[in-house]
Write a protein that binds this ligand. Structure first.
Ligand code: NAI
Length: 399
């Protein structure tokens, strides 16, 4: 939660592809909820800014400095999906934004909305919030193409001076994971768990194989818990193994959060087989990328999965799906992901009444089987709504 005015400015980036359809639908729903909750006393002042292909076409760069400055000033943005134009000089716009603004935590709540078709028998058992490290790991962008002088030079160093035996026809990537980067992510996850009455934080890692990166992430995570939250955390080791999250209430002291860890491949099984045992998850970048999409699919897909990229000062809330060029411009897209990201934004502002309204309204629309084209085929008796009509339906329910 941040302390901003009752009329904060929020930068609005509509985005590319389905962006100009889903983002206005979300704004309509959010404005309606805020108005209903606070009767005009509070309102978001949206300030549109360009990024992505639309920016590239308009001003020749996919990430205009004015857009970055606007986000820095407002400290708040809601953004649709972006297409990274080829030849724009940027490999991935989303990664660039995260790095420039130091948005080190990618936060993805995943829970089930009744009525939504899901591929598992008990999607309602999933209620997790993933905190994925956003700036390091193999996504840091440090890599060399096979056969280049740079790759050959690094291979010569590793083989000649570090005792490695890497084949010369290899491409190379570097996986940096720092104490600072790992600890601030875990700190954020633990703080979130404490502030939101969550019961556990699970450190997800592949430390059995990659000991000094993934394994270190686990160690540093436990260090944060022990050094900074000693009074408010307990570990599985301290408790003895806890089999069921439901048992926790009777086991962990009140007001504390259980900190545990799981190896990433086991975690993929756990989220499918025993999701009720997991709550907040803290993950390194690559593991977090995989698991957040898998978890979203488990409860019915990316069209409804919200997300945010947050740093110490700035928070950018965004659709987790891409630009969906296959359905763009046809009113087929589901604006749920941006709507729910907007609800996260309202919570971040400290406006929980409005956030609750948005989430409840969305749940009501879904349960009444009024859905967009991605969900309609899986729901018997569904009423098919366009993207705009879905946004309006949520706005009406929220009013
Ligand atoms: P995508 O998420 O755009 O599409 C994957 C599939 O999901 C498609 O069949 C699409 O129609 C469907 N889909 C996505 N969002 C939907 C929604 N809201 N409602 C209904 N159906 C939806 O992923 P893809 O195809 O890999 O990427 C397309 C473009 O988006 C690429 O240029 C990629 O770089 C960009 N992208 C941008 C992201 C961002 O800005 N955060 C994230 C992921 C991809």
């Amino acid at each position: 939660m941040v302390s901003l005015s009752d009329t904060p400015t929020c930068v609005l980036i509509q985005g590319d592809g389905i962006g100009p359809e889903v983002t206005p639908a979300a704004v309509e729903a959010l404005d309606a909820a805020v108005k209903a909750a606070y009767g005009g006393r509070r309102a978001i002042a949206w300030r549109e800014a360009l990024a992505g292909k639309r920016a590239f076409d308009a001003v020749g760069t996919p990430l205009p400095p004015e857009t970055v400055e606007a986000i820095r000033t407002a400290r708040l943005a809601l953004k649709g999906p972006l297409e990274t134009p080829v030849g724009g000089g940027i490999r991935s716009l989303n990664v660039a934004l995260r790095q420039i603004l130091d948005l080190y935590a990618c936060v993805r709540p995943v829970r089930y909305f009744p009525g939504v078709p899901a591929p598992v028998t008990h999607p309602e058992r999933v209620d997790v919030v993933l905190f994925r490290e956003n700036t390091e790991d193999v996504y840091a962008g440090i890599e060399w193409r096979e056969g280049t002088p740079e790759a050959l030079r690094v291979i010569a160093f590793l083989n000649g001076e570090m005792g490695c035996s890497i084949s010369e026809d290899s491409g190379l990537g570097v996986k940096p994971m720092s104490v600072h980067g790992s600890k601030r992510l875990v700190r954020r996850a633990i703080r979130y768990a404490l502030e939101n009455g969550r019961r556990s934080v699970t450190l997800v890692h592949k430390g059995n194989i990659m000991k000094f990166t993934e394994g270190a992430f686990r160690e540093w995570g436990y260090e944060v818990a022990a050094q900074e939250f000693a009074e408010r955390t307990v570990t599985e080791a301290e408790l003895g193994h806890v089999e069921h999250a439901e048992d926790l209430a009777g086991v962990t002291p009140p007001g504390t959060v259980l900190v545990k860890d799981r190896i990433a491949d086991a975690m993929f099984q756990e989220i499918l087989l025993r999701p009720e045992r997991y709550d907040v998850l803290a993950l390194s970048n690559l593991n977090g990328d995989y698991l957040s999409d898998a978890a979203a699919a488990q409860v019915g897909g990316l069209g409804l999965a919200p997300g945010a990229n947050i740093g110490d000062e700035i928070a950018v809330f965004e659709a987790t799906h891409g630009t969906a060029p296959d359905i763009a411009g046809q009113g087929l897209a589901n604006p749920g992901s941006v709507i729910l990201s907007g609800a996260m934004l309202l919570r971040h502002l400290g406006w929980p009444e409005a956030a609750d309204r948005v989430e409840t309204a969305l749940a009501r629309v879904l349960v009444s089987r009024r859905v967009t084209a991605d969900l309609a085929p899986g729901i018997e008796g569904a009423e098919l709504l366009t993207t705009a009509a879905f946004g309006r339906a949520v706005a009406e329910e929220a009013s």
